[in-house]
Design a protein around this ligand. Structure first.
Ligand SMILES: C[S@@+](CC[C@H](N)C(=O)[O-])C[C@H]1O[C@@H](n2cnc3c(N)ncnc32)[C@H](O)[C@@H]1O
Length: 209
């Protein structure tokens, strides 16, 4: 794992641009490729006049949230949730952080109340134990939970970006997503480490039932 210790291009770029983690460039690439954030209200049917409302799940240390706030540039609203504290403290009136687990019903209720959202992004990943079976089970529980939460908080036409660890489950998850969204596919951004098993599922055009 020596490669993990050496700061790579993306880590150095993140540091220079003031982001606590290099993961920010994965989100930047996904948002650009799929055109997920339209900051001019008229272009985005799900956004409303105030701009898009976005939910960032598994937000700590806060790179995605910081990038999203910079992208929104004072329009819209961002809600972030994580079990851990954020490493950033934006004094932005359009930002709210909820500390807790999305597996907790009380937290899910608070996130529902703060919605609906035009975009839900999740980089959430459980802490690993080293036991492959336990880690995989935890990861699957979290992914199911993110998907279920998204289906309860998205506005019609909304989009979901969700990290998963490749385990042969992608096809099942994508077909499940396709029953609720007009499009769904897996996408691995260039900023993912080559040896990483992670990929992202991107679903657009939420069809509320
Ligand atoms: C890879 S980090 C996210 C990095 C973040 N996107 C950034 O750019 O700074 C994964 C996060 O998922 C969070 N997480 C794991 N399980 C969670 C849960 N059940 N509810 C909320 N957050 C969770 C972890 O605490 C961790 O901070």
């Amino acid at each position: 794992m020596a490669g993990y210790e050496k700061p790579d291009f993306w880590t150095l770029k993140a540091k220079k641009e003031g982001y606590p983690a290099r993961s920010v460039y994965k989100l930047e690439e996904i948002v650009a490729k799929f055109g997920l954030i339209k900051t001019t209200g008229s272009q985005d049917q799900t956004a409303g006049k105030a701009g898009p409302k976005i939910l960032d799940i598994g937000a700590a240390p806060g790179s995605w949230s910081l990038w999203l706030l910079r992208k929104l540039a004072g329009r819209g609203f961002l809600v972030a949730v994580d079990i851990q504290d954020l490493g950033i403290s934006p004094s932005d009136p359009n930002f709210s952080f909820i500390k807790g687990s999305i597996l907790d019903e009380e937290i899910r209720a608070r996130l529902r109340e703060a919605g609906p959202y035009s975009l839900v992004v999740s980089d959430a990943a459980p802490s690993t134990t080293g036991n492959r079976l336990v880690d995989q089970a935890r990861s699957e529980e979290l992914v199911e939970s993110v998907m279920d939460l998204a289906l309860h908080v998205l506005a019609p036409g909304g989009s979901l970006v969700m990290k998963i660890f490749q385990s042969g489950e992608e096809k099942r998850l994508i077909s499940q997503l396709k029953t609720h969204f007009s499009q769904a596919r897996a996408y691995k951004p260039e900023a993912c480490r080559a040896q990483s098993f992670e990929t992202y599922l991107v679903a657009m055009g939420y069809q509320a039932k």
